[in-house]
Design a protein around this ligand. Structure first.
Ligand SMILES: NC(=O)c1ccc[n+]([C@@H]2O[C@H](COP(=O)([O-])OP(=O)(O)OC[C@H]3O[C@@H](n4cnc5c(N)ncnc54)[C@H](O)[C@@H]3O)[C@@H](O)[C@H]2O)c1
Length: 263
């Protein structure tokens, strides 16, 4: 999956998962514009990767900043081949969230990526480009006490299909990737920084027996960005170790549940 000569924009690039996507695209030969509001981590990533990566400090919830992001990419890099909408905020007050909280969360998690797609469409069309939107298992199943994040993620899966249908005549492919639990700042915090503990907690829910790594997700993003996926559009690819293939029976038949004894 050779990305030599291609230019990719990745939002939310400074944290663990986003930076794994940036590294993987850069290793495949792409020049990557790493977008984030976290300047310290973003600049450190760009310094690590050298010429393969340029950090762009940008609040994706700001329209002028998005215009400048696209204009700078065209002026400095000369083209845009791929856009990875990965940035997120996890603020989620559940059913009790106030209107302002709803709008702020949806603004970053859904609306900003949609607007960036529109702003980058002409540039992407010029290259027969690819867009990858970050979904989540969180957008596919009911979860108690959460509302803002899963609503945005479910909408992203639908929006991906709308964008794919709209942009196919322009030769732009649009797909989503839906990770399961992935080793990240959030998961690390919950596991007290203990990766083995995160894997033990994840194992019963992810048939492959562990939490995902940023690189597990990044490899699939690379595939979708690359020419290897040239006939793939409007698809969602779960990168969840089997999480989403399971039903409520956790992959065990009624016979197994009875054999395990009455609750
Ligand atoms: N971590 C997981 O277990 C998991 C599971 C499923 C899906 N995902 C998805 O993967 C993606 C990355 O998740 P993560 O866990 O790495 O999140 P994270 O919170 O660790 O990182 C998100 C990044 O987005 C940046 N960001 C936030 N608001 C921004 C804004 N307005 N403008 C620009 N950048 C902004 C943050 O600074 C941060 O660097 C998200 O789309 C998330 O929904 C993650």
């Amino acid at each position: 999956m050779n990305m030599q000569g291609k230019v990719a924009i990745v939002t939310g690039a400074a944290a663990m998962l986003g930076s794994a996507i940036v590294r993987t695209l850069a290793q495949a030969g792409a020049r990557v514009v790493a977008v984030d509001i976290d300047a310290a981590r973003g600049q450190a990533l760009a310094a690590e990767l050298g010429a393969a990566c340029r950090f762009a400090a940008c609040d994706i919830a700001n329209d002028e900043a998005l215009d400048a992001l696209v204009a700078d990419a065209l002026r400095i890099e000369g083209r845009i081949d791929c856009l990875v909408n990965n940035a997120v905020v996890y603020n989620d007050g559940g059913m009790g969230a106030k209107r302002a909280e709803w709008l702020a969360a949806l603004d970053v998690n859904l609306v900003s990526g949609a607007l960036l797609v529109h702003k980058a469409t002409e540039a992407l069309a010029a290259q027969g480009g690819a867009i990858v939107n970050m979904g989540s298992v969180g957008g596919k199943f009911g979860t108690a006490d959460r509302a803002l994040y899963p609503a945005a993620k479910a909408a992203i899966l639908q929006l991906t299909r709308n964008q794919a249908a709209t942009l196919a005549p322009r030769r732009i492919r649009v797909n989503s990737v839906s990770p399961g639990w992935t080793w990240s700042d959030a998961l690390s915090r919950m596991a007290g920084g203990d990766r083995a503990r995160a894997d033990r907690m994840a194992a019963p829910l992810h048939p492959l027996g562990r939490a995902g790594d940023g690189d597990d997700v990044a490899q699939v993003v690379l595939f979708l960005c690359s020419d290897a996926a040239r006939f793939v559009t409007g698809a969602d690819i779960p990168v969840d170790g089997g999480f989403s293939m399971l039903g409520p029976d956790q992959g065990r038949s009624a016979r197994d549940w009875f054999a395990a004894g009455m609750p």
